[in-house]
Design a protein around this ligand. Structure first.
Ligand code: 5RP
Ligand code: CO
Length: 270
């Protein structure tokens, strides 16, 4: 390991575990709006320098690290899997926010738990036949995946593609099975795509109204030029890949994203 990789070790263990507890509490969702969390996607990092890149971006103010897992089947791209997460865990105590764009999420739960993932976000469209999903009741296959993720010691995220109606995730949130809902504002598979605003990011608003304490993540095309619409919609967990890793001063981008979301929350009175 190069000396520059020992980034997470710069924080005292007690402070790091306190921060982790604040940033990702398991169990019942709080009633108050959760804190703003910036989760840069390492998809846009230099994969040959991944540990150093993770260290650098946490030191520059990132709260979580967003890890995009693609299987070449659910999406037309391949990225990385649990072995890479396990290697990163040896170098970092950061919160690993894993976004599983895979056809069979249940198959990977144990591997990611053992690798040190903190959040396991799976796609609603992958856990059950999308035609069998309903806003009126939870689909047993989706509920089973959510329960298995929590039983494995990770927090539970459910992701929605841009075309998936937000009503379809409500039964799982209402049943207390979900810690975070991820609203995708690009078609999954690639970084650097154009942000889908309007009705797509607008799916955050009814979720925030109905569930003030829920983590609501927006992922895809988020940048200083698009963050105000994301913030106004009610998201509190912000993913940005190319905007952060492609910036000359990534710390300034992280600060600008956070300021916009904090400002919108204050304006909304929470
Ligand atoms: O899940 C994703 C793509 O499927 C990525 O997290 C997302 O696209 C982040 O990259 P960028 O901010 O460059 O859009
Ligand atoms: Co993602």
């Amino acid at each position: 390991m190069s000396p520059s990789v020992a980034l997470a070790d710069a924080a005292p263990a007690a402070a790091a575990s306190k921060a982790l507890a604040q940033r990702g509490a398991s169990g019942a969702a709080p009633r108050d709006r959760p804190a703003t969390l910036i989760s840069p996607s390492i998809l846009s990092a230099d994969f040959a320098l991944l540990a150093e890149e993770c260290d650098r971006i946490v030191k520059l103010g990132a709260d979580w690290l967003h890890i995009d897992v693609m299987d070449g089947h659910f999406v037309p791209n391949l990225t990385l899997g649990a072995p890479v997460v396990a290697c990163l865990r040896k170098h970092s105590r950061a919160y690993f926010d894993c976004h599983l764009m895979v056809s069979e999420p249940a198959k990977w739960i144990d591997d990611f738990a053992k690798a040190g993932a903190n959040m396991f976000t799976f796609h609603l469209e992958a856990a059950a036949d999308p035609a069998a999903l309903s806003a009126a009741e939870a689909h047993p296959a989706v509920a089973d995946v959510a329960r298995a993720v929590r039983a494995a010691g990770m927090e539970v995220g459910i992701a929605l593609k841009p075309e998936t109606a937000v009503e379809l995730v409500m039964p799982y949130v209402e049943a207390g099975l979900v810690d975070m809902v991820l609203i995708l504002t690009v078609n999954p598979g690639f970084g650097g795509q154009k942000f889908m605003g309007g009705d797509v990011v607008g799916k955050c608003a009814p979720l925030r109204r109905a569930h003030p304490g829920l983590h609501i993540q927006v992922d895809g095309g988020v940048a200083p030029s698009t963050i105000d619409e994301v913030a106004a919609a009610g998201a509190n967990v912000i993913v940005a890949g190319s905007a952060v890793f492609g910036a000359e001063r990534p710390g300034e981008v992280i600060a600008a994203l956070r300021a916009s979301v904090d400002g919108a929350a204050a304006a909304a009175g929470n």
